[in-house]
Design a protein around this ligand. Structure first.
Ligand code: ADP
Length: 634
């Protein structure tokens, strides 16, 4: 729980710091944008005025433009005032693109129907008479108005083509439509007859024929001309497409404008009074109305942008920044402002040509934030770690205390209880038997010694834990230590079982705390007796090996499994707790041994197998330099 709490306590602020860093970096780039806009504010205002003035002029020109005739259309388009234009009259009917004459198509309205020679020629044609072309040719020649001449010539040519007479047909086209009165005639729908017939000539003549060239030149001039005859826009566009298909090099300056106007009429066609640039229903095309909606100028997005580009290029004094007009919804550069009231939604965008210094500054500041963030996270992590360590040591201490209290109370109880029992037995006797009393007192003394040993160990352990264990080092001979330990041991166990002692003859002196070393040997011997049931063969050897003094305590007891060899030196660790309880241990003896030996710069290790006894080896450095007199053992 505490670990979880600590993790949350560190992770939550870390997440906050990361979030803050992210926000700071983003604000940094916003601030940089703001900064640039401020720096170029004056320039932007100037350029915006330029764009606004440009469009106001354009609006004025459109308002003044004469409106309606095909020639007005051509002039406006060729002058570049708009990509295309659509005209309406006061009633809202379409004036240009020029519609055909729907009413004139009614045969009842045909002005030729009352002419006798026209009816005769028609009858001859219906009968299939060979005189038909001559009859029509006569009418064409004698006609005084263009439409009559053109329609008669058209009928003559139709008959000739239908009867396979290509040459005479070409001849008739040449005579009537390349020049002459018929060239400006129109049919009942208002379409130019000359244009259709010239197109026919291009089919009849071979491209090498001089009449082909003449027909082509005449047709192109007709389609590029916006005077008389007035060609309906649909016919003009159709024929322009035809000519472009045959001869792609031919140029029609108004072709794109005608196509755009036709597309607008098809897909949008709505009149509007808004004299601002509005989106039309044609993709990527904008409309601008003038003269109360009678003139609708059409602009492609690219044209609007290019026009502004010119204005901006003239006025932009800065070499570091580039200004462009961007349509509504398009992404803008570093900063943008509204372009003009006449161009709603369009923006004047500013892009820096060299953004490196700006990026560099932003990067530097962001890096500062990031480092500050990392520092904060590191401090948090270290604090968390520190708190965790502190908490763990508190936990360890608390556990140690409870273990100690449990061990002390339990271990003291047994010897005290047996002593009380022995004393009570003696007190109950009316007459004290000398031998029994001595035996009992002997037992009480044993229990007492065991108690003292326990208390000694507890006290040593408590001192070690509180860092209060002090050693008094002096020069001491190993044999003194061995003898002191053996004497104490004999006194304690009365040596019911033998103890084999061997001391090397040439052992060097040790620089050690004699009492502490005696405690080490006593703890090892104590264990050897405790954990050897039945017939005991215990030995204590002191000898010299590899420049060190080795104390070796060996028994023929129960042994220790290999996996326990390390663990038995831990505090309160017991291989078999039930057995340890019976023998009166509390799991502190070996941990004290290890502590003392280490404090002397030595090491303790165990060699043991289950059932085959154990051997504990304590090696201690001598005061002599290493590599002295070699191994000596008894
Ligand atoms: P204890 O007071 O329980 O003897 P120690 O720290 O002295 O505590 O020993 C730890 C454990 O190591 C003992 O409980 C016992 O299981 C095992 N041990 C120690 N010495 C021997 C030995 N000579 N033979 C077998 N087991 C031993």
């Amino acid at each position: 729980m505490v670990l979880l709490f600590l993790i949350v306590a560190v992770l939550a602020p870390t997440a906050c710091v990361l979030w803050f860093m992210n926000e700071a970096a983003r604000n940094q780039s916003d601030a940089a944008r703001q900064h640039i806009t401020e720096a170029y504010r004056g320039q932007l205002r100037l350029l915006r005025e330029g764009v606004d003035t440009f469009w106001q002029q354009r609006a004025a020109e459109l308002a003044d433009a004469s409106a309606g005739s095909p020639e007005d259309f051509r002039k406006l388009v060729v002058s570049g005032l708009a990509d295309s234009v659509v005209y309406f009259d006061g009633d809202g009917s379409l004036v240009y693109p020029l519609p055909g004459n729907g009413r004139g198509a009614d045969p009842a309205n045909d002005p030729l129907k009352d002419r006798a020679d026209w009816r005769e020629a028609q009858t001859a044609e219906d009968r299939g008479s060979k005189g038909t072309p001559a009859a029509y040719a006569r009418i064409a020649r004698s006609a005084t108005d263009a439409n009559t001449a053109a329609r008669a010539a058209q009928a003559q040519i139709r008959w000739l083509v239908q009867h396979g007479e290509k040459e005479p047909a070409l001849q008739a086209i040449q005579e009537n439509f390349v020049k002459g009165l018929a060239a400006s005639g129109t049919d009942l729908q208002g379409r130019s007859i000359a244009a259709d017939e010239l197109r026919l000539a291009l089919q009849l003549a071979s491209p090498r024929d001089h009449r082909y060239r003449a027909a082509m030149d005449r047709l192109v001039a007709l389609l590029n001309g916006y005077g008389r005859p007035a060609i309906p826009s649909a016919q003009r566009l159709f024929l322009m497409d035809e000519v472009r298909a045959i001869s792609p090099d031919v140029r029609f300056p108004t072709y794109a404008a005608e196509r755009l106007a036709a597309q607008f009429v098809d897909e949008d066609g709505a009149r509007s009074n808004a004299s601002t640039l509005q989106p039309s229903r044609v993709a990527d095309v904008w409309k601008f109305s003038a003269q109360g909606g009678r003139v609708i100028a059409l602009y492609r997005t690219a044209t609007v942008v290019a026009a502004a580009h010119q204005v901006l290029a003239e006025k932009n004094a800065s070499e570091q920044a580039d200004f462009t007009l961007v349509p509504p919804g398009a992404a803008s550069g570093e900063a943008a402002v509204m372009a003009s009231p006449l161009l709603p939604g369009w923006q004047l965008s500013l892009s820096l040509l060299d953004t490196k210094p700006l990026e560099e500054a932003a990067r530097r500041r962001t890096a500062t934030y990031i480092w500050a963030g990392y520092l904060a996270i590191a401090v948090l992590a270290v604090t968390g770690l520190f708190l965790w360590q502190a908490f763990r040591s508190q936990l360890r201490l608390a556990r140690l205390k409870t273990d100690l209290v449990a061990a002390v109370s339990h271990e003291l109880k047994t010897p005290l209880a047996s002593m009380r029992l022995l004393v009570d037995c003696l007190l109950d006797d009316a007459e004290l038997d000398v031998k029994k009393t001595r035996d009992y007192l002997q037992l009480i003394s044993g229990e007492n010694a065991r108690l003292s040993r326990l208390i000694d160990n507890f006290l040593t352990f408590a001192r070690i834990e509180r860092n209060r264990q002090r050693f008094e080092f002096s020069e001491i001979h190993p044999s003194e230590v061995v003898q002191a330990a053996v004497a104490a041991m004999r006194e304690r166990i009365q040596m019911a079982s033998p103890l084999e002692v061997e001391i090397g003859s040439d052992l060097p002196a040790l620089h050690a705390d004699g009492d502490a070393l005696v405690t080490v040997l006593l703890n090892l011997l104590d264990n050897a007796y405790k954990y050897t049931p039945g017939e005991k063969r215990i030995s204590l050897h002191a000898y010299r090996a590899d420049g060190q003094v080795i104390f070796e305590v060996e028994d023929n007891g129960i042994g220790i499994p290999a996996r326990e060899h390390k663990r038995i030196f831990r505090r309160f660790h017991q291989v078999d707790q039930r057995l340890a309880r019976e023998t009166g241990g509390c799991g502190l003896g070996l941990s004290i041994v290890e502590f003392i030996v280490r404090a002397h710069g030595g090491a303790v290790r165990v060699q043991s197998e289950i059932g085959a006894g154990s051997k504990f080896l304590v090696s201690l450095p001598t005061v002599e330099p290493a590599g002295g007199a070699g191994v000596a053992s008894a």
